[in-house]
Design a protein. Structure first.
Lengths: 200, 200
């Protein structure tokens, strides 16, 4: 019984993640969720007392997966290799999804940005953790002489995250690899150490 | 009578723009629109046969206003001044809105990105026009020795638009000027000519 419950709960989370990612929180109805997960209303409410509880569980689960993705993507023998591998991995992931759905964090930021405080705080924290991970790699690369040092690592990291979100948006809009590729290639060049080695 | 119709139509467009910007297309109901514009259903349908027609009219009107904004923002005696004035104007505009609502184009791209082809094409075209305007200024600045030349003007312009969209998203999420300011300051430094003047 316990195992069955875990399995039903996980199944609801998988389907809810897919639906929220594709249609947004507001665009997903209770009936969509019940149909996709193949369960009855009582079973859904047993696991998730409200749609908001379900959405927060979806975001919690997606956050864990995203942090695992960052662990796997930020790999390389130098800070520059780590950053480039992360950028290429992000592009590859969105390409595998056919540039459908975009970034769950960006979507939630835009859908909930002005409304639900719980969602906003959660998504802001995910962006903070993401930015801090990139900042650490950039700071290491600055110390190693691989990245420009005329801007703080924190500012460069915020810029990288902002540019990636914008690049994902453009590739999703056009269902085309090019905007995100162009954006990522620009980041690689813009961060290079020689860019800041001239005295002004 | 003609004057009254024009006025009603304009009034609906103003209120629909406000609602779509704040809640999205899917989050705005017919009743929301009727209540906000203070009209009856028949009057709404007289001017806009469907919600989709209304949304496209809202986007058309917003596009005109955005192109006027670009005309006023891209001012200065040099290309660098023009770009900086545009960046500062974009920040000032979002600050005036209290970082509520975000960018209508970014929102529509994220809300409609995978669905309605008519909306997607329209929004992609607005982003193209915007990027071309920025590209022209960057190309002038490259010729004048103000901007780096190791990346094509088109690529730098796409990067600028992507980074601004990401910066708007972050400032909206946190209702804080800082993320967008940090992003814009980074753009100004990253594009500087001396960044590419070193032989590799």
């Amino acid at each position: 019984m316990a195992r069955e419950n875990v399995s039903t709960k996980e199944q609801v989370l998988v389907e809810a993640t897919r639906l929220f990612h594709a249609r947004g929180f507001g665009g997903t109805s209770l009936n969509d969720l019940l149909a996709a997960a193949g369960i009855k209303k009582g079973s859904l409410y047993f696991h998730f007392p409200s749609k908001r509880d379900l959405a927060l569980s979806v975001l919690e689960r997606a956050r864990s997966q995203f942090m695992e993705f960052l662990d796997e993507a930020l790999l390389g023998s130098t800070p520059e290799e780590k950053l480039h591998h992360f950028l290429d991995s992000a592009l590859a992931m969105h390409e595998r999804m056919g540039f459908v759905g975009g970034c769950l964090w960006g979507n939630t930021a835009l859908e909930m940005g002005d409304s639900d405080e719980g969602f906003v705080g959660f998504v802001a924290q995910v962006f903070d953790e993401w930015t801090q991970r990139i900042e650490a790699v950039i700071a290491d690369g600055q110390a190693a002489g691989q990245f420009r040092t005329d801007l703080p690592a924190r500012q460069l990291a915020s810029h990288v995250v902002a540019a990636i979100e914008g690049g994902i948006m453009q590739s999703r809009l056009r269902k085309d690899k090019k905007p995100m590729t162009v954006c990522i290639d620009a980041i690689k060049t813009l961060l290079r150490a020689d860019a800041s080695s001239v005295a002004r």
